[in-house]
Ligand binder design. Sequence first.
Ligand code: SAH
Length: 270
Amino acid sequence: MIEQSSSHGGRVTLVGAGPGAADLMTVRAVRALQSADVVFYDRLAPTDALREWAPQAQLFDVGKRPGHHRVTQENIHSMMLSSASTGQHVVRLKGGDPFVFGRGCEEVAACRDAGVPVTVVPGVTSAISVPAAAGIPVTARNVTRTFTVISGHDPLSDDELSGLVSLGGTAVILMGVGTLGNTLTGLHRMGMSPTTPVAVVERGFSDEQRVLIDGSANMIATAAAAKIRPPAVLVVGEVVSLAAASDDEGRAVLNPDNALSELRAMANQS
Ligand code: SAH
């Protein structure tokens, strides 16, 4: 991205922080933090080492929890722009990749509209890395050559549900804990097999990471019983069966009695 020059010398760097593990930040992300005067960070960004990475910066938590919009998007824009207008290097640290459901493009537009130079540092998105933390590849040769990343923040429409079913690849659903039952019953209604393997990966890369694997019909009750909470990534599709074989890392996998043993058998056959 080409940097414009600004009269005050301030600038904004939108930084993708990856899925929460400090060592999944990029070198470029850490470099941006080193020269930051002020950092506005999100809930899902790794914050433990922030003081070390951004030693001279003022740190502001502008994280939003589901249902608790602590700082509005407009407020975030105006805080970033007012800091930049005093000549500061503003780092906006966001979970995952800034352009995947991160409102990154709105923040870039706000900077551009205000004539503030802005650059974007891509990050490791949870859409691919959190399934991987559970041993699930989003594509696999001879299994699927397509994966769709979709937001489950609002219930999926019938068109979206039938599109996913007819595509038949991997569906990766972010922000999908609240709508999990709705999504899975909708997929069944559109013709998806109720035994399609599904994984829910909660708090990927943290000490509290939990992985649930079950058939899609069972998963509604399995996830409810496990009291799954955000952040979690939902993965629907045959690739999930590949995880069962490799998930021997001591991660909690619930419901081993039914679907999982079948999945293990499937994975061992292939
Ligand atoms: N820009 C981010 C996504 C923001 S939407 C990215 O590229 O990763 C927030 C959603 O991301 C959460 O609701 C959850 O579905 C997912 N998510 C992010 N980090 C996660 C993690 N460590 N474990 C599980 N899910 C995560």
